[in-house]
Design a protein around this ligand. Structure first.
Ligand code: ATP
Length: 315
């Protein structure tokens, strides 16, 4: 087939702990990642030329070579020059539903969709692991976005251990449209404030990874204990983002006031989410938060957990 339409889901972090520094300048992390059904739609269509083109009408998304989807296509053409010569380039059309600069891996999941889609259009027959390895060259979150579901991510986020699916847990997401947080700023500030307590010895890092792996959050996920999952939500980056962005801290407090299972900022923010037990509760919570903060700049979504990453979209 010469064209594919793919669904590229957003992710949230149920857990994010910063362990230490890495020689490559990134941080050593332990995270629990979760795919949700808030998704972009990516269409790839063979264009009969040797030029990749990106089309996206979202004002915050670049349509040039800096788009992560474009960079994914370029990487594929470099890695598979014969297939590129035979099948040519594609037009990449991004229907953006995931808020930009939100801590939801919007760019990474678009890149993941292009890797998966070009593998099919160019008939490469790559394994999922091979596609994930290519994804890691583009960004730490890209491998997770390819496989999706529920996973423990270590290293800089690219090493994945699948966890039992938490399909159909419900949530509400909230983000101020005009607010975005720079991921490099959040990590740099964290290092400035907490770098002195980083683990340095490889043995200590491994020990902490093992503790999280056999710890209460993973146990709660294995038993689908929704109440415990809600209580154990954790994100180290809240320590630097919430004091700097009082609006985000306030959002979190408003969610807490309405008695959810738990609430957290995702990734480096500024999106805040709250877990609830049903779609009805999600809708009710959304209405309550909207009534409490009638600011038109505040965007709200209901969503649910899904067990997959990039999927071919049903027509
Ligand atoms: P992460 O959670 O991985 O840190 P994010 O959700 O915070 O990512 P993105 O939505 O990926 O952030 O956007 C970060 C920046 O990347 C924005 O400034 C945006 O202009 C740029 N960008 C490049 N390509 C894309 C894309 N395909 N979709 C969204 N943003 C993109």
């Amino acid at each position: 087939m010469r064209s594919y339409s793919l669904l590229a889901p957003a992710k949230i972090n149920l857990y994010l702990e910063i362990l230490g520094d890495r020689p490559d300048g990134y941080h050593e992390l332990v995270m629990v990642m979760q795919s949700i059904d808030l998704a972009d739609r990516i269409e790839l269509r063979a264009n009969g030329t040797d030029q990749f083109r990106v089309h996206c009408d979202h004002e915050q998304v670049p349509a040039d070579q800096s788009n992560l989807a474009y960079r994914a296509a370029e990487l594929m053409s470099q890695q598979f020059p014969e297939a590129f010569a035979r099948y040519g380039a594609v037009d990449i059309t991004i229907d953006k539903q995931i808020p930009v600069g939100a801590g939801l891996a919007g760019g990474s999941t678009n890149a993941a969709a292009v890797l998966v889609g070009l593998d099919m259009i160019w008939e490469l027959g790559l394994t999922q692991m091979e596609i994930q390895e290519l994804g890691a060259l583009l960004g730490s979150d890209v491998p997770f976005c390819i496989v999706g579901g529920t996973a423990l991510a270590t290293g800089r986020g690219e090493k994945l251990d699948g966890l039992p699916d938490l399909e159909n847990m419900h949530l509400v997401l909230a983000k101020y449209r005009s607010l975005s947080v720079s991921t490099p700023w959040a990590y740099k500030t964290y290092r400035q404030q907490f770098g002195a307590s980083y683990l340095c010895q490889p043995g200590d890092l491994e020990c902490r990874r093992q503790q999280v792996h056999s710890g209460p959050m993973i146990h709660a996920i294995a038993h689908r204990d929704e109440a415990q999952i809600g209580k154990l939500l954790h994100n180290d980056l809240e320590k630097v983002v919430l004091p700097e962005y009082p609006q985000v801290a306030n959002l979190r407090q408003v969610f807490q006031r309405f008695g959810t299972l738990g609430t957290l900022m995702s990734g480096s923010g500024p999106t805040v989410f709250a877990l609830v037990i049903s779609q009805e509760q999600a809708q009710q919570l959304l209405t309550q938060v909207r009534a409490t903060i009638p600011d038109p700049d505040l965007e709200l979504w209901t969503a649910k957990f899904i067990p997959a990453g990039i999927q071919v979209a049903k027509p």
